[in-house]
Write a protein that binds this ligand. Structure first.
Ligand code: 4AD
Ligand code: MG
Length: 489
């Protein structure tokens, strides 16, 4: 029968209808003649008030998992229109409320990060899981409608795509390396006589290079894949393991076309979110207590943030203009920076934040054409005949700063080879590395066998979830966050 916690209609049972609800006791109030329990199941912020006899409520405590059956009756109390008059209740799993790490009082975001296995039981953390699922569904739908092929590039790779030296190396576990037994494993692992893959392998820092190979086979591709960076950055925006949404488009020769994909895709996500129940609940939650997962974004600011993604077009300015704008803001006394903006120093986070929050309408802004030496080897120069800047963009948004990075790719063989040399990359002169897959010869090969102009981008998916939810710390939007010195459960 209908259930008020169900996410699909018909949601509300009719008067006096009997129905069963499964969930967790959010709170329980026991009086002499009557008891009240609030039941929620995490699939919605909605709860059901269950009214029961003191005998039926005897074993109930906050946090217990229950199945409750009763009649749906108009509620005399003002808070809810109906309540469940309980006829039968079964405790599926009792909760040791006294020792439970989850308590019905204010618990800081930092504390909750120490119990990632229990944190999703909190209604707002459950809501974030649903937001992630909705956004995943919407990007999947957007790409499918626009003829992008979803691909599964490898996680184990042979190179550092970004050349930032932040890769994790992988090797089978050995007794020596793990210095003790692996949890869950009964036997000590034995040392292998030689490297497992024959040459060093790494966890991927970006699927871009593999996507380039696939785009030049089926035109437009995308993936939402785990990505790993051994960055020691102890910030609210960096994780060691995160999801990156990447797309690559063949047969384009204008960076504008790549930025259009980003803009249209994010617009479709915000439009869907605005119309969804998850969106409604996020706004509701903003209007209520905001302490649970650390956010300062108000109801109105969050609604405006989504609208800002829907409204367009977003400003697109060149890096040189951005620097000039920041310099002007400084001399006019409109802005104060710790690092003064200089062309050769790049954009600091504080500069990115200023641009997103003060240039245009406090929303997304594309900054394009960065100096060549600040960017990785694979980027195409802004002008094909050569230039000091590359055809690239960063998409900046308020608070989060960099959300997306993308570029046209160098598709010409000699120029790519030269750029690799200029960036100090080891080329495939050593045939033994080449044979074992330890070189980037395959990537150069793509330019030799039917190369086409192409471009693409990578979006920090967890940062997007922060932006859409108003949650400030990336560690709170990921169920099991991994970051420097921390990877619990
Ligand atoms: O700017 P990045 O490093 O770009 C690339 O890796 C390109 N190869 C992507 C491509 O063109 N296919 O990373 C892309 C985005 C960033 O803009 C940021 O949002 C996110 O990934 N990101 C992180 N998110 C969480 N934690 C980290 N440590 C991140 N590093 C990057
Ligand atoms: Mg970047």
């Amino acid at each position: 029968s209908a259930n008020p916690l169900s996410t699909t209609p018909p949601r509300g049972p009719s008067d006096s209808e009997t129905f069963t609800v499964h969930g967790y006791v959010r709170s329980v109030r026991k009086q002499k003649r009557i008891a009240f329990a609030v039941i929620g199941d995490g699939s919605t912020l909605q709860t059901v008030q269950a009214v029961l006899s003191p005998q039926l409520a005897e074993d109930l405590s906050t946090g217990a998992a229950v199945t409750v059956t009763g009649k749906w009756k108009p509620s005399p109390g003002g808070k809810q229109s109906h309540e469940l008059q309980v006829e039968d209740i079964r405790v599926l799993g009792a909760n040791d409320a006294a020792t439970s790490p989850i308590q019905k009082k204010y618990q800081s975001a930092e504390y909750l990060r120490t119990i990632p296995h229990l944190r999703p039981r909190l209604p707002l953390n459950a809501l974030l899981l649903r937001l992630r699922s909705l956004v995943t569904a919407q990007v999947t739908s957007y790409f499918a409608k626009n003829d992008f092929i979803q691909c599964h590039p490898p996680i184990i790779t042979s190179s550092d795509c970004e050349g930032a030296g932040e890769v994790f190396t992988i090797e089978p576990a050995t007794a020596e390396a793990t210095s003790g037994p692996i949890p869950g494993l009964s036997d000590q692992p034995k040392k292998l006589p030689e490297p497992f893959f024959g040459s060093p392998k790494y966890l991927t820092v970006s699927s871009q290079l593999h996507l380039e190979a696939l785009a030049q086979s089926v035109d437009k591709v995308w993936t939402l894949s785990p990505t790993f960076r051994a960055e020691k950055s102890d910030t609210a925006r960096h994780l060691s393991e995160f999801y990156m949404l990447e797309a690559e488009v063949a047969f384009v020769d204008d960076l504008k076309d790549v930025m259009d994909v980003v803009e249209n895709m994010l617009r479709s996500v915000a439009t869907e979110l605005q119309a969804s129940r998850v969106g409604q609940e996020l706004l509701e939650a903003r209007a209520r207590d905001q302490s649970e997962e650390g956010t300062s974004v108000s109801h109105d600011a969050l609604a405006q943030r989504w609208q800002g993604l829907i409204d367009g077009p977003w400003p697109r300015i060149k890096y040189a203009e951005a620097i000039q704008h920041l310099k002007d803001a400084t001399t006019q006394g409109k802005a104060q920076f710790e690092f003064s903006p200089e062309h050769e120093d790049g954009l600091q986070t504080e500069h990115e934040r200023y641009l997103a929050e003060h240039f245009g309408k406090r929303g997304p802004i594309f900054v394009t054409d960065y100096p060549r030496q600040m960017k990785p080897f694979y980027m195409l120069p802004s002008s094909p005949s050569g230039s000091d800047t590359v055809a690239c963009f960063d998409l900046l948004v308020p608070e989060i700063c960099e959300l997306v990075g993308g570029s046209m790719r160098e598709h010409r063989h000699p120029e790519l080879q030269q750029s690799m040399v200029d960036h100090g990359l080891r080329l495939a002169s050593d045939s033994s590395t080449e044979a074992s897959g330890g070189s980037m010869q395959w990537y150069l090969d793509l330019r030799r066998y039917g190369s086409v102009p192409h471009g693409g981008f990578g979006l920090g998916f967890d940062r997007l979830i922060c932006y859409l939810s108003g949650v400030q710390n990336i560690r709170d939007v990921v169920a099991f966050p991994r970051y420097y010195k921390k990877a619990l459960s």
